[in-house]
Ligand binder design. Structure first.
Ligand code: CS2
Length: 489
């Protein structure tokens, strides 16, 4: 069977949207670190819009910092892939041509550094996941004993981390008399721009104070809020597309129609004339907080509670009235902690979110969202919990979401099915829970885990009581029983 490539593009069915520009004329103004499915369905589609609008500066060099998988999927396809947009009823296929090549950084660090230091490169985007910044989730400080970061502190000859690549490449640009690039974190971190800037400056300072000043004065790290639900592609997705196209696409991505990228208007060099889906603004924080606490907070709650109940997909969990009631209760709590931007109508946003979660054709797996909870929950659940406790408000739903994560650490769901706890801190969490015999002791152990729970929250008696209450129900009666307490409220 033929693979999707430049040579087979014209054999696709007529209703498939293709690049409307000459790919041979494209220059790469963007380097992206962490070229997973999310990037391919989000920023890459937006830069592809710019190319389609006739500005050919915005091709992408993609880089994987760890695995060869995406390169091996995309290289035989000349970087082309299908973005399937599923609205729950029908499906639209568009071929994205923005990605010109993919570099596997550990194989060829020099190739990535050269791309980052190229005069054509104006923007560097990152989706390296929360853990890729090497920052403590609770404090945002560099994790100084992380082995890869230790290596980058010692030498940047072969960088190991995302901040390491940026610092090494910025040094090359400075030496070559080039301006810095605009570095845009597109991960669901709180204040992602400031966190990336902090990581880069902190690492630069350990190598070269003059470089640090240059980056601080001339560089730009806009804060962003990114939003699009992009479930991992499955073998069935690829097989179904092969049947439809008669051509194999190993790099396809599937997503929903919704797309939003709110970017702080702070670039230190050229940028495209962004079109639909992109908002430039002076203040991203209110957007980011609303998205992290409403969308992502609910997602994590659904993932752990649904996962504990043995349910595979988000839309299946939300088919349970008690799960919907829980999500509504969580939103009622979280929304009082927000200062939404005037353009954001929270009631309409909540309705739209519920409809997005209900999309039955996305098949978003609870276990995908359950990954890396230690990195996600501080901003999704603990921050609104702290805000509510600070003003004497209840935290029933938010604390159930967190208790469900604690329960998830046991590695077994309510049906006795075993799951892997996929989290960079899994071993440390397991070690701290190992000696805890009672529910109270397990709660105490988690509250001592200060990489996740800030000390001010750990000492709060209302929080401790809520966790003990929920963990007792989860351990003795299960997730469905805990959810049932919200039904009919
Ligand atoms: C999800 C996000 O996996 C997760 O943790 O909550 O990836 C979510 O789908 C996106 O942030 C939506 O924009």
């Amino acid at each position: 069977m033929n693979r999707l490539s430049s040579a087979t593009l014209d054999r696709l069915p007529a209703d498939v949207v293709r690049p409307g520009y000459d790919r041979a004329e494209v220059r790469c103004g963007v380097v992206h670190l962490g070229i997973g499915a999310f990037h391919r369905a989000h920023q890459a589609a937006i830069f592809d819009d710019a190319l389609n609008a006739g500005d050919l500066r915005w091709g992408i060099v993609g880089a994987s910092l760890r695995s060869v998988q995406v390169r091996d999927q995309m290289a035989p396809q000349d970087g082309l892939y299908t973005m399937l947009v599923r609205d729950g009823v029908s499906e639209q296929a568009r071929i994205i041509g923005a990605v010109q090549r993919v570099i596997v950084a550990p194989e060829d660090p020099r190739a990535l550094l050269d791309a980052l230091a190229s005069p054509d490169t104006h923007i560097v985007t990152l989706t390296v996941t929360e853990k890729g910044y090497k920052l403590d989730p609770a404090t945002g400080a560099l994790i100084e004993d992380d082995p890869q970061l230790v290596a980058d502190i010692a030498s940047l000859a072969r960088p190991q981390t995302a901040p390491g690549y940026l610092v090494a490449a910025l040094a090359m640009r400075k030496a070559a008399g080039l301006p810095p690039f605009t570095a845009i974190s597109c991960d669901n971190l709180p204040h992602n721009g400031a966190r990336l800037r902090g990581a880069v400056l902190d690492l630069a300072r350990r190598h070269d104070p003059a470089l640090t000043d240059w980056i601080a004065e001339r560089g730009a790290f806009p804060q962003t809020m990114v939003d699009r639900i992009v479930p991992a592609t499955t073998g069935e997705d690829v097989a179904a597309l092969t049947t439809r196209f008669g051509i194999v696409d190993q790099a396809m991505v599937k997503t929903e129609p919704f797309l939003q990228w709110v970017i702080e208007d702070r670039f230190c060099g050229p940028r495209p004339a962004f079109g639909s889906g992109v908002q430039l603004t002076a203040a991203v924080a209110p957007w980011e907080e609303a998205k992290l606490r409403l969308l992502n907070g609910a997602h994590s709650g659904i993932a752990y509670l649904g996962g504990l109940a043995g349910m595979e997909h988000v839309h299946e969990v939300l088919a349970l009235p008690q799960a919907r009631a829980f999500v509504d209760a969580l939103w009622d709590e979280a929304q009082t902690t927000l200062s939404p931007p005037p353009e954001l109508d929270i009631a309409a946003y909540r309705d739209a979110l519920m409809a997005r979660f209900d999309n039955p054709t996305l098949r978003h797996r609870t276990r995908q969202i359950a990954m890396d909870g230690s990195q996600k929950l501080p901003q999704r659940l603990l921050a609104p919990i702290m805000a509510r406790l600070g003003t004497g408000q209840g935290i029933a739903a938010l604390s159930l979401g967190f208790a469900a994560w604690v329960r998830w650490q046991a590695g077994q769901d309510d049906l006795g099915q075993v799951h892997e706890v996929d989290d960079p801190l899994a071993d440390e969490i397991a070690a701290s829970l190992a000696d805890a015999v009672t529910t109270e002791e397990r709660v105490a152990a988690i509250l001592r885990f200060d990489a996740v729970v800030p000390p001010a929250l750990a000492s709060n008696t209302a929080f401790r009581a809520a966790l003990v209450r929920w963990l007792t129900i989860l351990e003795t009666q299960g997730a469905l029983a805990a959810l049932a307490t919200f039904h009919g409220e």
